[in-house]
Design a protein around this ligand. Structure first.
Ligand SMILES: NC(=O)c1ccc[n+]([C@@H]2O[C@H](COP(=O)([O-])OP(=O)(O)OC[C@H]3O[C@@H](n4cnc5c(N)ncnc54)[C@H](O)[C@@H]3O)[C@@H](O)[C@H]2O)c1
Length: 363
């Protein structure tokens, strides 16, 4: 956050990339590589200061650690931000140059698409020789499949019912993910309400799925069963929680909560929150599937597993005083601790074996 001191040691590795020749100022924050190389998108937006860019990269990198680990993927968490250049900058040269900085991480960072970057930008990084994801296919359709699975699981858990027929789902953002989500849930009988700052887009998708559109500034106060943030970050703040007219909150947007205290506030209002890093993992599962060479049937099954993971977390949380966010975060902490223990065990048995071999050589 602007004005707050940077915690430089929050990331496993923090890389500042700078080249005035192409107008590049970027940050790569590799948060944790316990489970594998850090996988996370490249955000290219304007920041009020360099420190705001560094803080954002670190925060987003940490969120990717949660997302990848909770989804059971063999990746750590990382994210990068490029400070959006002016129109005079040659974007191709900038993206290629950034790709060269990615190469220098030695495979510890695998970039993908995020706000302000496209499949074409990732291809430019790949052209420069970097290992990247998302340079061939947009993962959004799979993100939508995962969010839909989480929405179904939340409704079935909260209302103790099967199916989502008639449930009112308000989708904020009728973009790549939001529009696909609307179609998916409408096909299962949900009543779709759409809101977008591009009102024409919301109206078009609403008409397509037999739903209705509301104004973008009515998102929080429109009564619905599920509010699904699929546009901007930090929709839920301590100030907006009291205004909410939903019973569940399940979406695609990263960083839905402005801070963790919102999870408690939501719980105290009886609103069930599915942590965003659970519901929006379909995109990273898709990336893994492409890298691992899985077929579409396997990919679909893996993405739909977001539904069962959602159900498990909600069931665990409802049996305790913990929020779903606390339950899921604790689960990731355990996954990482177990992986570190296993790695330490493998290192010490390797050291013992080498010591044994040295003794034999000496004999
Ligand atoms: N695309 C993915 O695979 C993916 C994966 C994980 C997370 N996410 C997150 O999901 C969200 C949506 O992603 P996307 O790819 O659909 O983005 P997108 O840019 O295609 O769509 C976003 C939509 O939100 C609208 N919008 C912007 N501000 C708004 C506001 N204040 N109120 C209402 N509508 C607003 C835009 O007009 C646009 O139609 C983003 O936060 C993204 O970071 C996306």
């Amino acid at each position: 956050m602007a004005g707050q001191p940077i915690d430089y040691w929050k990331s496993e590795q923090l890389v500042l990339c700078h080249d005035d020749g192409v107008g590049l100022r970027a940050v790569i924050a590799i948060n944790d590589t316990t489970l594998g190389p850090g996988l996370g998108g490249v955000r290219c937006v304007r920041y009020p200061s360099d420190s705001a860019a560094i803080t954002e990269a670190q925060r987003l990198g940490a969120a990717m650690t949660l997302k990848n680990a909770f989804a059971g993927l063999p990746y750590g968490g990382a994210k990068s931000v490029i400070e959006a250049p002016g129109p005079e900058v040659d974007r191709e040269a900038l993206m290629r140059r950034f790709g060269e900085f990615v190469i220098r991480t030695g495979g510890a960072y695998i970039p993908g698409v995020d706000m302000g970057t496209s499949v074409a930008d990732l291809q430019l990084m790949a052209d420069a020789g970097a290992e990247v994801s998302c340079n061939q296919e947009d993962p959004s359709p799979w993100t939508a499949v995962g969010v839909a699975a989480a929405v179904r699981a939340a409704i079935e858990h909260v209302d103790q019912r099967e199916g989502i027929d008639g449930a009112r789902v308000l989708i904020q953002g009728a973009g790549h993910v939001g529009a696909a989500l609307a179609r998916d849930l409408a096909a299962d009988g949900a009543q779709i309400i759409l809101a977008d700052i591009n009102a024409a887009r919301a109206a078009m998708v609403a008409a397509e799925v037999g739903g209705r559109a509301v104004a973008a500034d009515e998102v929080l106060t429109t009564p619905c069963d599920v509010l699904s943030p699929c546009s901007v970050a930090k929709v839920i703040t301590p100030q907006t929680v009291p205004a909410l007219a939903c019973r569940m909150l399940v979406g695609a947007a990263n960083d839905t909560l402005s801070d963790e205290s919102c999870a408690e506030l939501l719980a105290s209002r009886g609103i069930t929150y599915v942590p965003d890093f659970i519901s929006n993992a379909g995109g990273v599962i898709h990336i893994h599937s492409l890298r691992a060479g899985h077929d579409e049937q396997r990919l679909r099954a893996d993405v739909l597993r977001i539904g069962s993971r959602t159900r498990e977390v909600l069931e665990s949380a409802s049996g305790t005083a913990q929020t779903p966010l606390a339950v899921a975060t604790e689960r990731v902490r355990r996954i990482l601790a177990d992986a570190r223990d296993a790695a330490a065990g493998a290192r010490s048995s390797g050291a013992a074996r080498r010591e044994g071999e040295r003794s034999l050589t000496a004999v």
